[in-house]
Design a protein around this ligand. Structure first.
Ligand SMILES: Cc1cc2nc3c(=O)[nH]c(=O)nc-3n(C[C@H](O)[C@H](O)[C@H](O)COP(=O)(O)O)c2cc1C
Length: 236
């Protein structure tokens, strides 16, 4: 517990890295920690591209606007909100439940929820379903307490981005705990980077790029400023 807190408090956005190699074992530990993050409906709606080969790293660093953390990192992780994986993920979970001897009732329950999820999470052509569903939900909401599911493609990307970001944070904390440093980056050319990775605009959105490496001794750490607790918290 203490070590997790240490990693959280030690982590900083590091701007210059030393050239060190990240072993396959370390890479796996970092990525495993990322995928253990909680996600909405356990849908894990993301994909990580781990970029380590020199040529690809240089190309991705250029698309990160040539930022120093990207240019000096040992690896770059492109975190992508992925709407294309949803049905395969629920299918894989269903197969896992069958193999793990879940009761027939639990499996039926999951199948029912997955079916509802598929209907709810389908924006349809030109967002037509989304508009119909929105009107329907607004009407229902006048009569009962209910949450609004993500309806348009934009809502869906926003929904997927939340879970993707939590996985990114797990990844950074794990890297820190394992003796590495990171820098999350939003400064990238999303259109060109998506094209470079052959992503689909309908299914994928790059959430952030994380530079990973070992902090260089030339990196000057600025003091860390945060808003005071009272400014960020309301205790009711
Ligand atoms: C979503 C997000 C995007 C960021 N984008 C960049 C970036 O493009 N380049 C950069 O140098 N730092 C970037 N940062 C790092 C922040 O500047 C940094 O986290 C913040 O200043 C606080 O510093 P600390 O993380 O060292 O406490 C980003 C951080 C987040 C969470």
């Amino acid at each position: 517990m203490k070590e997790s807190l240490d990693a959280i408090f030690q982590r900083r956005a590091v701007k210059v890295f030393e050239p060190v190699e990240i072993s396959e074992g370390l890479r796996e530990q970092i990525l495993n920690a990322a995928r253990h993050a909680p996600s909405s409906f356990n849908a894990q709606p993301y994909k990580f591209y781990w970029v380590q080969s020199e040529a690809t790293k240089a190309a991705v660093a250029t698309l990160c606007l040539g930022q120093k953390p990207a240019a000096t990192a040992s690896a770059l992780v492109v975190a992508v909100a992925d709407l294309g994986s949803l049905s395969a993920t629920s299918q894989a979970q269903l197969e896992w439940m069958r193999r793990s001897n879940f009761t027939a009732e639990k499996i039926r329950d999951y199948e029912r929820k997955a079916k509802i999820g598929r209907i709810l999470f389908m924006p349809g052509p030109f967002g037509i379903f989304a508009a119909i569903k929105r009107a329907l939900f607004r009407l229902l909401n006048l009569r009962m307490v209910m949450g609004m599911p993500p309806l348009s493609r934009q809502d869906l990307f926003k929904w997927a981005t939340k879970s993707t970001s939590l996985a990114c944070q797990n990844l950074m904390i794990a890297a820190e705990a394992l003796g590495m440093n990171t820098c999350p980056m939003e400064g990238f050319d999303g259109r060109r980077l998506s094209k470079y990775l052959r992503l689909s605009g309908r299914r994928h959105e790059i959430v952030m790029v994380i530079a990973i490496g070992k902090k260089s001794c030339t990196h000057k750490e600025p003091p860390q400023w945060r808003r005071p607790l009272e400014a960020t918290v309301t205790v009711l």
